[in-house]
Design a protein around this ligand. Structure first.
Ligand SMILES: [Fe+2]
Length: 349
């Protein structure tokens, strides 16, 4: 496990890793990079603190350092075959409604509800929707960041969930809705996060087609496995790895699979003997939100989907230069794995 990473002026990279002997240095000089495959250099540039790696090379005298000739991450096998449904049904992937915020895009969200009720374009897809997965930040929450009260239309968390339940109750009852929490929901900050409780959202518990799960959560629909993870760790990955950005979250999501962990850089993780954030079972889809920008990629047969949001651009996002892509919703045919992005923008329906 990497505890330190240092690059000197000459381009030599030294990793300090925890291993069974205590700690060891892994040294890679620039000259060594020139003899390695370009893939290894790419892997090394993307290494982050706390991730688990393997190293091959020559052990230095005294055994406290390795001059590495190869570095490997846990990564994905090359021969993963994804699961497909037998029936021609669709799943909708969405997140980050931020209900209760003054920037919640109610009109656009109602366009989405109308579509699900077969009142809009693309009825060919809408009539086959059987599942809606929501990857967190259902409400905007209360006290999530300083002076948030100035940006809230509903400043009471109970009223935020009541209104969310009212809107979600307009989803046809034959569609199963799976709700997972995010960092704005009324759950603990540490991951894994537990499902939203009955105390805060009693109305969700009265709806037969609403299912509350934790974050992260594995959900299986018609044999297709989806790993839902809100995505708070994307912030740390985007900060740490050169070339990653908020406008292409799918590239950061690829790191989940390369490192086989949803929060490779240690963050606020709830202490537990089992690591609930490691990716032991390979899913067919990873669904995240959090960055409010839609994104899609496929890595070794796993679909990586970031589902955007239903919230306008916040002051914080303006200051940070983030441009959200609201009201765009990816849908997937679970039989063919075809993915379509639908736009519920104000004038689109
Ligand atoms: Fe969010």
């Amino acid at each position: 496990m990497i505890s330190d990473k240092f690059e000197n002026k000459e381009g030599t990279i030294t990793l300090t890793v925890d291993d069974l002997t205590g700690d060891t240095k892994i040294i890679m000089s620039k000259g060594m990079f020139s003899r390695m495959s370009p893939d290894v250099e790419k892997v090394v540039k993307g290494l982050v603190y706390d991730e688990v790696i393997g190293a091959k090379g020559k052990v230095a005298k005294g055994g406290k350092a390795i001059f590495a000739s190869d570095i490997v991450e846990p990564d994905m096998p090359h021969d993963f075959v994804s699961n497909k449904a037998k029936e021609d049904v669709y799943a909708v992937f969405t997140s980050d409604f931020h209900i209760g915020s003054i920037l919640f895009l109610q009109k656009e969200f109602e366009n989405f509800l109308d579509w699900l009720n077969l009142k809009n374009n693309r009825i060919d897809i809408a009539e086959k929707v059987k599942y809606i997965l929501v990857a967190g930040d259902i409400v905007d929450g209360v006290g999530v960041y300083p002076h948030q009260d100035k940006e809230l239309a509903l400043s009471d968390i109970y009223k935020q969930y009541d209104f969310a339940a009212e809107l979600i109750s307009r989803i046809p009852e034959d569609i199963e809705v799976i709700l997972s929490p995010g960092n704005h929901d009324a759950v603990r900050i540490s991951e894994p996060q537990l499902k939203i409780s009955k105390k805060f959202a009693p109305k969700f518990y009265d709806m037969k087609n609403v299912h509350l799960v934790g974050n992260p959560a594995y959900v299986t629909m018609e044999g297709v496995n989806v790993l839902m993870y809100h995505g708070e760790a994307l912030d740390n990955l985007i900060r740490a790895i050169p070339g990653l950005s908020y406008s292409a979250p799918e590239k950061a999501m690829k790191e989940f699979l390369k490192k086989r962990h949803l929060s490779p850089i240690y963050a606020d993780i709830f202490p537990s003997e089992k690591d609930y954030l490691s990716i032991e079972n390979i899913p067919d889809v990873i669904l995240s939100g959090h960055v409010h920008a839609i994104g899609y990629d496929n890595y070794r047969n796993v679909h990586l989907i970031n589902s955007g949001c239903f919230q306008g651009r916040t002051k914080f996002q303006e200051e940070m230069g983030h441009v959200p892509t609201p009201a765009k919703v990816p849908v997937m045919n679970l039989k063919t794995h075809d993915i379509t992005w639908l736009d519920f923008g104000e004038n689109s329906q």
